[in-house]
Design a protein around this ligand. Structure first.
Ligand code: MN
Length: 297
């Protein structure tokens, strides 16, 4: 087991973001290549989330809404509010642009997880797409309430369409709870406590986790025991180790510096990625690409 402390940053007025992936010691878990946990934060006296139009290539963005609402707009013409318990999945493929904002009518608190999924080489140039999933499988796992976000577990199957073998499960409890979670032995996994704390035991070794530390589990495990003494929420992700060498720079996943430089140039010169209609603000320019992209594996 490997403990990976998330890096904290502040977005806008006081929204804490914990970035668990990529980590300098662990760039991917399966094809999961980015994991931000934002909030919970009270936005009643602020603007909330305001991320202007920006592009993506070579990945899917996966948004899991825990509290509050976000309005997604994209260059395909979708404008979709996501609410607690729902997932937005945007497949960038060869290129898309989008914005994210707190809608005018909103709850006091906002909390979400946003993850990116690297597309395998055979799929990374597909047409862009957007899907909203209002209903996901919900069931009891031990004493926890589980939502299956991606993949399969315990006879349930998520409808979320991904392009490599992956799993993601949200577990929440309002009181002390235990669970024995089956793991797929050919998957590597990550366990992130979003709220509260939990003891996580694998193969006789126990780690106490609090919000802000991602626990990495190598392939080969079939059982994960989780124990919480009070209210707690966890996110478990996993997948078959992703064997392709990716470059992750800014909002782009590619294979060569050249294609990331081209994406940067076409975004900044407005010659690709379409247009996001209706966002009340400016698009975000792409930063200059360094000679060597350190995000390589
Ligand atoms: Mn984005």
């Amino acid at each position: 087991m490997q403990r990976l402390p998330a890096r904290n940053s502040i977005l806008g007025e006081g929204m804490l973001i914990r970035r668990a992936l990529p980590h300098k010691e662990r760039r991917l878990i399966g094809a999961w290549c980015f994991l931000d946990h934002a909030g919970p934060v009270d936005i009643s006296n602020g603007d909330g989330v305001r991320v202007g139009p920006h592009p993506h290539i070579g990945l899917q963005t996966f948004t899991w809404m825990i509290e509050g609402e976000i309005l997604h707009r994209d260059s395909l013409g979708y404008a979709q509010i996501i609410r607690p318990g729902q997932v937005n999945l945007m497949t960038a493929g060869r290129g898309i642009s989008h914005s994210e904002e707190t809608p005018a009518q909103h709850s006091r608190n906002v909390q979400l997880a946003q993850l990116w999924i690297a597309l395998p080489d055979a799929k990374r140039h597909i047409e862009p797409a957007f899907e909203h999933y209002p209903d996901l499988p919900r069931f009891a796992m031990g004493d926890f309430n589980a939502t299956l976000l991606v993949g399969e577990t315990s006879g349930y199957v998520s409808p979320v369409r991904v392009h490599s073998p992956l799993v993601a499960i949200d577990l929440v409890t309002q009181a002390s709870a235990t669970d024995t979670l089956p793991l797929q032995a050919d998957f590597e996994h990550g366990v992130l406590v979003l709220e509260g704390s939990a003891d996580v035991e694998v193969a006789g070794e126990t780690q106490t986790l609090e919000a802000g530390t991602l626990l990495y589990l190598a392939p080969g495990h079939t059982i994960l025991n989780i124990k919480s003494s009070s209210a707690c929420r966890l996110l478990i992700i996993g997948g078959k180790p992703f064997e392709e060498n990716i470059l992750l720079w800014w909002n782009f996943v590619g294979r060569t510096r050249e294609e990331i430089a081209v994406a940067t140039e076409t975004w900044n010169s407005h010659t690709a990625f379409g247009k996001v209609e209706g966002y009340p603000g400016e698009a975000i320019p792409a930063p200059a690409v360094p000679m060597e992209i350190k995000g390589s594996l």
